[in-house]
Write a protein that binds this ligand. Structure first.
Ligand code: BGC
Ligand code: BGC
Length: 669
């Protein structure tokens, strides 16, 4: 097994040289792609042909045609614009007939990120009421309300939080992901919202990227196998009309395309991949999502070979809508259009003409409305293009059943933290855990005397990660998810139930002499570029000395590592008897105890099922990532279990480069 091979440690300079070489190769299309490929050139015919399923039906298209015939230019342009609830009041929709609003990561009703579910519903109803009221010269078209429900309805207090996608990837279980989609849709529908900016179908190729945890896997086939499942879970089967009436919502496949393929894992950076690599690595999941009927696709902030995706006509229009047959609409990302050359927050006909159908005009939306109207009047935006975008947006609204008054899931707030959802989230946690090492210390006998320590044992921030109540998730507490269990809570419950004892962590372990110690630690939460890491892949917060001290006392230690990505942890692996990668498990910390704590006889109650969906780096200088993936410490698919034992030899602890701070994890830019 090659992960047991001795460490190979190329120097940083050698690594950098081969990085430069592979970039040159990628950019010139050499070493794989046919030599014909000019830099940045797109050949739609080389891409997989696909077709949106269930989006177009003749009756609805006729209704849309009828609507388009009577809508004013202002009303059409309004449909193209979405803004954030922190920048707009429901009354504004009387003057500006916007097509959509969103609640961004830091926005809540009345500026309160911890507003009650009732407040969310009231706000959604206010926007809806203004958009649909009958008044002279106004065509009632319900506004579409979107939110980032990326691991459950994570912006709303009290909602069950599922593991972030990286953990779901480790579960290798598409049906689990489908059921989580159903549960999330019902949570969102209960609060009166219509649309989630999920799933993230990224294929992260360098875990230095701060959004790695939003991806299921570095393996394009695993991501593809999840795409249809999550879309069907969120939206219902392709062709289901009246989704909201069935407790389903619109999904968003994001971020198109190659958001996870940027150089050095830099957020919003440039993906140097060849066209062939885009097709092979980054496109398959989109194809699956389109065929599952995904209603929207979000353009990526990133660039491909130097050209911003928001302005990439060949990829958005010729490939996505043409060759891949996508018939829903393309939503821009948060002011993402402003990064296109010649554009600004308030002005970007280029992105629209390239194929973005709706601007996420988080700020400056009034200006965007005015300039877009001007571009339509001047002919800079062709009328056919305008009608095409509005048709796509209305298609989505009809498919959701937005024009129908009935919304039977609205107000059913008990769905936010139902026993069924909690059980599902707990199941997901169990299945997401990857056992990297175990010398027989696990499972822990339920009657044992256990010491529970480590900075993340009772810390919901580390457990739930970014995109939790706030964008960065840095101030989440147990009070935000009242039914949540911390990892410590879950362990205690299982230990007490089995007649064991939890040893006082304030006392000296050389005196209390526990049978075993569980040390829980991990990364502080982050979202997007705030989580970008530089080399080395090392986190200075890891409690190495604590592990080593326990080890020195002869106390067997179980390390539980919470993180949004694999990091170099060789010293911690050496210092622990068992090591569990638990990712960002969410609100149901008890799922960890289910697997770690056995029965009274020390037999497992639930076995480990997770297997890595990202390779684990052998060295802290694991760059360029592609080289490291070729000689990982643990490859994709690795994962021990009680049934499948394995040993890990002593690992090289040499850090290669001096440790730098863990990035901008908690400190805003
Ligand atoms: C992110 C998107 C997200 C949007 C709305 C952007 O910054 O890139 O993934 O859906 O914000 O919150
Ligand atoms: C918003 C996020 C968004 C980010 C983009 C934040 O203020 O709350 O939703 O993704 O800005 O910069």
């Amino acid at each position: 097994m090659h992960y047991l091979r001795g460490p190979t440690r190329p120097s940083l300079r050698a690594i950098a040289r081969s990085a430069a070489l592979s970039l040159v190769l990628a950019a010139t299309g050499a070493g794989g792609a046919p030599p014909a490929a000019r830099e940045g050139q797109v050949h739609p015919e080389r891409w997989p042909a696909a077709r949106s399923r269930g989006l177009v039906d003749p009756d609805t298209e006729q209704r849309i045609t009828a609507l388009l015939a009577v809508m004013s230019l202002e009303e059409k342009v309004g449909q193209l614009i979405q803004t954030d609830i922190s920048a707009v009041e429901p009354e504004d929709l009387r003057k500006y007939p916007l097509g959509s609003v969103l609640a961004g990561g830091d926005s809540g009703p009345g500026g309160d990120e911890r507003a009650s579910p009732g407040k969310w519903l009231a706000l959604a109803r206010e926007f809806r009421a203004v958009s649909t009221e009958s008044r002279a010269g106004h065509m009632p078209i319900p506004v579409l309300f979107g939110i980032d429900a990326v691991h459950g309805h994570n912006n709303v207090v009290g909602a069950v939080l599922f593991p972030h996608n990286i953990g779901l990837g480790a579960a290798h279980d598409p049906d689990l992901v489908r059921r989580i989609g159903v549960a999330t849709a019902e949570q969102v529908a209960a609060t009166g919202l219509d649309w989630t900016f999920a799933p993230t179908l990224t294929v992260p190729s360098d875990v230095r990227w701060g959004r790695s945890y939003e991806g299921y896997s570095e393996d394009p086939l695993l991501v593809r196998s999840y795409a249809a499942a999550i879309v069907e879970g969120l939206q219902g089967p392709a062709g289901l009309n009246g989704k909201l009436q069935a407790g389903r919502i619109a999904a968003t496949a994001k971020h198109f395309i190659a958001d996870g393929g940027t150089r050095d894992g830099i957020d919003q950076g440039d993906a140097p991949a060849s066209e062939a690599e885009l097709i092979r690595v980054h496109a398959p999941a989109y194809r699956a999502a389109i065929e599952a009927g995904v209603l929207t696709v979000m353009a990526s902030f990133s660039s491909w070979q130097g050209q911003k995706m928001h302005g990439h006509r060949a990829l958005l229009t010729d490939v996505l809508k043409g060759r891949m047959g996508f018939e829903g609409f393309v939503i821009g990302d948060w002011n993402g259009h402003a990064q296109v050359p010649g554009c600004a927050k308030r002005h970007c006909p280029n992105a629209f003409n390239a194929g973005v159908d709706m601007f996420m005009a988080a700020t400056g939306w009034r200006g965007m409305y005015a300039t877009t109207l001007r571009s339509v009047r001047s002919g800079e935006i062709p009328l056919a293009r305008l009608d095409d975008a509005v048709r796509r947006i209305l298609r989505v609204k009809f498919s959701l059943g937005l024009f129908e008054a009935a919304r039977p899931f609205e107000g059913r707030f008990e769905l936010l933290d139902s026993a069924a959802d909690r059980a599902l989230a707990r199941e997901a946690v169990q299945k997401s855990l990857v056992l990297l090492k175990n010398d027989g210390t696990l499972p822990i006998r339920s009657g044992a005397r256990v010491l529970i320590v480590g900075p993340a044992a009772h810390d919901l921030r580390v457990q739930t990660g970014g995109w939790t109540l706030t964008w960065q998730g840095t101030d989440t507490t147990l009070a935000d998810v009242p039914q949540a269990t911390s990892i410590e809570d879950g362990l205690k419950e299982a230990i007490f139930a089995g007649g064991g004892r939890v040893v006082d962590s304030a006392e000296d372990p050389s005196v209390t002499k526990p049978d075993v110690a569980v040390v829980v630690f991990g990364e502080l939460p982050y979202a997007e570029g705030f989580g970008d890491l530089k080399l080395p892949l090392y986190n200075a917060r890891l409690p190495l000395t604590e592990l080593q001290q326990l080890r020195g006392l002869g106390i067997p230690t179980v390390a539980v590592f919470l993180s949004g990505r694999p990091l170099w942890v060789n010293p911690e692996l050496n210092a622990s008897n068992a090591f569990v990668a638990a990712w960002l498990p969410g609100s149901e910390g008890a799922g960890i105890a289910d697997v770690l704590i056995g029965d009274a006889g020390g037999r497992p109650r639930v076995d480990f099922r997770g297997r890595l969906s990202f390779h684990w780096p052998r060295s802290a200088a694991a760059s360029p990532y592609a080289d490291a993936a070729a000689a990982p410490l643990f490859p994709v698919g690795y994962g021990l279990s009680y049934a499948r034992a394995g040993t890990v030899p002593r690992l090289d602890e040499h850090l290669i480069a001096a440790p730098r701070r863990t990035a901008r994890a908690a400190a805003p830019r």
